[in-house]
Design a protein around this ligand. Structure first.
Ligand code: HAX
Length: 435
């Protein structure tokens, strides 16, 4: 058994026993209440699932196994000469709740390289897609095509015992994470660089190899990818992509089916697609105003016009957060350090000043602050990755780390088929009138 798997097995067995006892002895303890407003507003705040890998606080933002992003930048292993954390380290932490050593992280980089081979039919399927297909569509289809490789599905068909679900799920998750950068880079080069593909460099870490296969050798871009793939990895279990993965996987569909479903969810403009919408918004703002150095007054006018047209300001607002997103701040800190001359980045910072008071004045927006998607596009444009249709795919590669670590836990802890209760509006009207 590999060292990460062994650690996971030991830890998960202990928690499994604890949860079994808790369920038996305290199963009827109430942990919350649900009101009609929550039901009508997308189940906001309803505590309804267990997610081990991270937790979201409305004020402090995301904590991965209790650690904030600034703490992880200090504590997780780095590549020599880089201050950004390695995403391999975050995966290790999320999976076994321990900050890994440099040696453990190097082992994980090597392990993912060994598992990164893509079956030929996946490339064939991608090649059969029109170039007009959105990169997220291609990404979802490619992930689904990899389902032929599922160890879980194969072993289940052979009569696998429940006790082994976690093992097959771990193997599938490790394999899928290893393959995603290659798939994503293939889609990018196919769509935007005439299909001139770049072979992986097996000496590089997971994020730097992704940058290399995309065609970016700039060391700062590799640093950016390490940070980017770390901070987008997980946002507790209730967000749409994570919850979709959780729901699908609860039917014992393997992680290929589950993750493809999660990525279909990430592709929505209120969720991960917001990162492409933000940079589109900035390009439109520049075109409308006629300069890439607009004044704050001009930006405010454009923001108000957008709202008056019945549209949202992409990159602002959040279902849970009530302060600026620490993932936005982490990218701002990166840009302040590495980027000195970008009009797009300056516009992001000006929007940060201009947008919140305008949204707050509307009187209905619960959170007027920027979220993770408000910053990423301007940094990518700075390094030359301007094809914004691809941005959500990069987000998706990162999101695999959190949701697949969490899914491995779900199978180890034997979580049940997810099956909440729906009601009709007729039922609601009757119930409320009686109450
Ligand atoms: N611009 C304009 N209006 C906004 C707004 C924004 N950025 N954010 C919220 N509102 C509006 C809502 O549309 C809603 O209006 P109506 O009552 O007229 O329908 C009202 O304010 C109340 O909404 P809310 O309670 O503040 O927000 P929700 O929890 O319903 O929705 C969203 C959260 C993120 C979907 C929302 O803020 C939004 O649409 N933001 C812009 C899109 C975006 O940036 N999405 C990415 C979010 C982070 C993420 O998941 N990344 O992947």
């Amino acid at each position: 058994m590999d060292p990460l798997k062994k650690k996971f097995f030991e830890k998960s067995q202990t928690l499994l026993k604890e949860l079994k006892t808790l369920r038996k002895e305290k199963g009827d303890v109430k942990i919350g209440e649900v009101n009609l407003g929550q039901v009508l507003a997308g189940m906001r705040g309803v505590k309804s699932m267990v997610w081990e890998t991270s937790e979201l606080d409305p004020i402090e933002g995301i904590k991965f196994r209790g650690y904030s992003i600034p703490q992880l930048r200090e504590l997780l292993p780095h590549k020599k000469g880089d201050r950004q954390p390695l995403p391999e380290g975050l995966f290790w932490l999320m999976l076994v709740d321990e900050i890994p050593t440099q040696e453990q992280v190097d082992w994980l980089s090597d392990e993912w390289e060994k598992r990164a081979e893509i079956p030929a039919h996946t490339f064939d399927i991608l090649e059969s897609m029109p170039l007009t297909a959105h990169p997220m569509t291609q990404f979802c289809i490619a992930i689904l095509s990899l389902q032929t490789e599922s160890i879980f599905a194969k072993k289940y068909a052979e009569g696998m015992s429940k006790d082994d679900y976690w093992d097959a799920s771990y193997e599938d998750s490790m394999n899928l994470i290893a393959k995603l950068p290659r798939i994503a880079a293939y889609i990018y080069r196919r769509n935007f660089h005439d299909g001139k593909h770049i072979e992986p460099d097996l000496t590089l870490d997971w994020a730097a190899n992704f940058a290399h296969m995309l065609g970016f050798e700039n060391q700062d871009f590799k640093r950016l990818m390490r940070l980017y793939l770390t901070i987008h990895a997980d946002h507790e279990g209730g967000n749409a992509s994570a919850h979709t993965v959780h729901l699908i996987n609860s039917t014992l569909s393997d992680v290929y089916y589950s993750f493809a479903g999660g990525m279909s969810s990430l592709a929505g403009p209120l969720h991960g697609l917001a990162n492409q919408e933000v940079i589109k918004f900035i390009f439109e703002l520049i075109e409308d105003i006629g300069t890439s150095k607009p004044t704050k007054e001009q930006i405010a006018e454009f923001v108000k016009k957008t709202i008056a047209e019945g549209k949202v300001i992409p990159g602002y607002g959040h279902a849970v957060l009530r302060e600026p997103d620490p993932r936005f701040i982490a990218q701002k800190v990166f840009a302040e350090h590495y980027i000195t001359d970008s009009d797009h980045v300056q516009i992001v910072w000006d929007l940060f000043e201009v947008v919140p008071p305008i949204l707050a004045d509307l009187g209905k927006v619960a959170n007027p602050w920027p979220n993770v998607d408000a910053h990423s596009g301007a940094i990518l444009v700075h390094y030359g990755l301007k094809e914004y249709q691809f941005y959500t795919v990069i987000f998706g590669v990162s999101r695999a780390l959190g949701v697949l670590a969490a899914t491995t836990w779900s199978r180890a802890l034997g979580f049940s088929l997810e099956r909440p209760k729906s009601v009709t509006s007729e039922w609601i009207k009757k119930f409320v009138n009686k109450a």
